[in-house]
Write a protein that binds this ligand. Structure first.
Ligand SMILES: CC(C)(COP(=O)(O)OP(=O)(O)OC[C@H]1O[C@@H](n2cnc3c(N)ncnc32)[C@H](O)[C@@H]1OP(=O)(O)O)[C@@H](O)C(=O)NCCC(=O)NCCS
Length: 152
């Protein structure tokens, strides 16, 4: 069973570790080693704590912490699932969770930035490409998905 809860400060080293293992084992197929090193440094535990103060950060738990996603209103950030738990619907579950929250707040669409590695995942969830941008961490796809109106 997977449960979703808000991030707690004590999660920071574990979230950082999940992200680093994702970057080194999965995203490294699409990005050069120097960029992966920079991304890992960017998501160290101190930075995770900082980001959690700026955005609403969630974690997915089974017996251990297996993934994370953050949102600022209808904007999606830092979606990473432990590589050992890929393909079990955890990413979809986290996305559904934050999409429902954004819809309940009245947003009519969700917006995300996707790496080359995560691009197909968002397509599968119903997101469509809006534009492509070049960031400090390489190519980034901006995608959107309409959200249903929620009666108030
Ligand atoms: C991309 C990622 C978040 C997906 O998480 P996940 O828990 O493995 O995904 P799910 O099991 O919930 O998959 C949901 C659907 O998307 C599909 N999917 C998952 N990853 C995919 C990918 N990279 N490309 C295409 N489809 C993908 C699954 O097959 C599944 O389809 P289905 O429901 O029709 O069977 C995860 O692989 C990951 O952390 N990758 C590395 C980090 C990364 O790239 N994050 C995105 C940052 S932009």
């Amino acid at each position: 069973m997977t449960t979703i809860r808000l991030f707690r400060a004590t999660d920071a080293p574990i979230v950082s570790d999940v992200i680093e293992r994702c970057l080194r084992k999965v995203n490294s197929r699409d990005y050069p080693p120097d960029l992966i090193d920079r991304m890992c440094a960017h998501f160290d535990p101190t930075r995770i704590l900082e980001l959690a103060g700026q955005r609403q950060m969630f974690v997915a738990e089974q017996t251990t912490l297996v993934g994370t996603v953050s949102r600022d209103g209808n904007k999606v950030y830092t979606m990473f699932i432990d590589p050992r738990a890929h393909g079990r619907g955890i990413g979809r579950k986290l996305m559904t969770h934050i999409e429902n929250l954004a819809a309940a707040e009245g947003f009519d669409h969700m917006e995300t930035g996707a790496s080359i590695t995560g691009h197909g995942f968002y397509h599968r969830l119903g997101y469509t490409d809006v534009r492509v941008s070049e960031t400090d961490f390489g190519l980034n796809y901006i995608l959107r998905k309409p959200l249903p109106a929620v009666p108030s």
